[in-house]
Write a protein that binds this ligand. Sequence first.
Ligand code: ADP
Ligand code: ASP
Ligand code: MG
Length: 812
Amino acid sequence: MKVLKFGGSSVANSENIQKVLAIVESASKKYKIAVVVSAFGKTTNNLLLGADEALKDINSSKEILENIKKLHLEVIEKLITKNKEEVINEVNTLFNTLTSVYEGIYLLQELSDKTLAKVSSFGERLSSYIIANAANELFNTTHKDSRDLVITNNDYLNAQVNFEATNANIASYFKENKHQVTVLGGFISSNPSKETTTLGRGGSDFTAAIYAAALDADELQIWTDVSGMYTANPRVVKQAYPISQISYEEAMELSHFGAKVLYPPTIQPALRKEIPILIKNTFEPEIFGTLICNDPENTNEVKGISHIEDISLITLEGGGMIGIPGFSKRLFETLSIAKINVVFITQASSEHSICVGVYENDSTKAKELLDETFNREIENKKIKPVIIENDLAIIAVVGESMKDYQGLSGQMFSALGRNNVNVRAIAQGSSEKNISAVINKYDAEKALNTLHEQFFEEKTKQLNLFVTGVGNVGEQFLAQIHQQNQFLKENLKLNIRVIGIANSRKMFFDNEGIDLENWKESLENGEPTTLERFHSRVKHSNHINSVFVDNTANQQVSEIYEKYLRSSISVVTCNKIACASNFDNYKNLKHLSRKYNASFLFETNVGAGLPIIDTLKNLINSGDRVNKIQAVLSGSLNFVFNNFNANTTFHDVVAAAQKEGYTEPDPKIDLSGVDVARKILILARESGYKMELEDIDKNAFLPEDSLKTDNNEDFYASLTKNEAHFQNIFKEANDKDCRLKYVAEFVDGKANVGLQHIPSDHPFYNLEGSDNIVLFFTDRYPENPLLIKGAGAGADVTASGIFADVIRIANQ
Ligand code: ADP
Ligand code: ASP
Ligand code: MG
């Protein structure tokens, strides 16, 4: 004998029920089958909604009922031919009774638990009756009302089963019953006075387990809309996968802590008789699913992660509790008499406080009752009034063999900490089947994904990017990620997703990752950008390993890094403004990066994609000291002075540099030397020196009137006007057989930038195109400096430098 249970979505419409019938028919070829069904789709919810509505508006409650009826008649229409009239008559009678119950609710203005149980029972009474008749047209089937067999106490909505009476009823009914298949409703039962009771929401799983145990079934199959019990709720964690085998205890812990796929009480009856439970997907029956049994084959020490939302913490605290017995007894007694379920308990070892987790909708009542219970102690100031905190969630990491491994809780909490998930309370059972933590409920999704990555996806790490600035550099950057994604997945086990993009006008988000083939179109149809809104969207989307990427040269964008770092969101930027702003701000950003465990990387601030800052960091971290830096750091100025001569004009060469993408959007920032000054400032600061931009000697070669312009058009006009001045600069150098290079120097704590005449035997002389070069003279490289040289400007190399920073974050 086997018991097969089909949940609400498996019987949501005639098409699904046909799948169910095929599964039952095939199983019934070898075994006698008891089929336990839920109400069709969302019928239980709708019936309860209608009852609630009946208190206010009888017509609207009847409309709800009409819709429920329509669904049931549609199923009959599609699946039943032979007994159609009789079935329709019976169903009409049931709906007439329901209408009378609603009218009763309306007239009496009373909706007791007893009435609620009665109303909600109609879902399973209807579904089991209709499915039994539909099945009987295909194979030998009978219908039985579970209320005749499952006997409970008087807790109408959460009734406790009298197993003695129930088991006897079931055994004697099935002894007589010669049908190959019997269809029964889940969830419904009756008390000894034959009033309808129910086993709690989701209780059909439990009904099926009760039948399986009473009948000593070979197997209990739970057919649902997912392919088993997953490593985490698959609707919240996309990477979750079905657990192939799991023990009864582990399954119980997971379901107790929120894995809705199995109603927690279900396990007990099956465990007692050691009946294997198989969880299967009605819509993909060929997939194996999950087997719950006594000694599962599975090597992973952590089996799954689950969570419960809408939890409140109740804290009882005060010095008056220390050493005095009975406080916890009175606490639990009060909650238990009021039937308030305690989901979670911790107690400080000082006995100074006890903290319990309850469902949020019980919290107000719990506080009232507890304040009353401890009234005297509170008045005498022995303890404080009971503290309630709402909007919390519990996450639990479950696995029976966790106790044999060291460091799992360490891994759990450091992963949460890295992702800025604040842990409010912790409990670990001494059996160590489960470690659970209370967190803010808005962090639940992130926490689940974090822990899933930690315990189940060691092999693939996910980074979630939010990219602002999609001009030259940004566009190249997105193209490089798009092109490289597959390679990174395969070779670095790294999954980079772009979740948000913005330019100055529009922003667009997709929590599943933006399609990088069509991002331009998506962005055009996005919402208007503000920096505040972008930040708030990044923060609230609350993804693990989030990185904010700044590809702009914008002051306001750079001012908001602090907010990202404070939310533990890493920042990668090619924008030099922040690192070249006042020293305190630069220091503060580095401090926040450490404090909040978020990277702050800006390799592209100097020399585009060249590994200059990273190399410098390695020197400093390994104990070296920088004494002197000499560098040509402006790809744009290098391009300009490499191409400028007696046969060209300064104006045309600068225009060409801008066209090639070598200059800042405002070329004056390069030509005035400000850009180079910022770069040497950053290198000095990264070398450990405290310095401000004003401290740098800037030897300007631009005439006054060019420096004074405030837009590109006027700036270019002034270059033309001053052509003679520029030709003169060229001639002076050329006459000495020197080349012009714009050089940055840092020596003995002082820095300067300016044009220099470079003779042919100098390492800077042959610097081509837009190349950069840096010479580091350090304690370890005193005479022969460490030299880094290569292309130091251009959108593609800058984008690849940003990309390298992003990968650095992944590798940390
Ligand atoms: P049924 O109507 O078949 O009883 P339920 O809706 O009660 O189905 O349970 C199935 C749902 O449980 C899934 O659709 C999924 O959203 C949820 N769920 C939560 N945690 C898990 C988990 N760890 N594994 C599988 N499903 C889970
Ligand atoms: N129909 C009931 C409910 O929705 C029982 C079940 O489906 O398990 O809660
Ligand atoms: Mg269910």
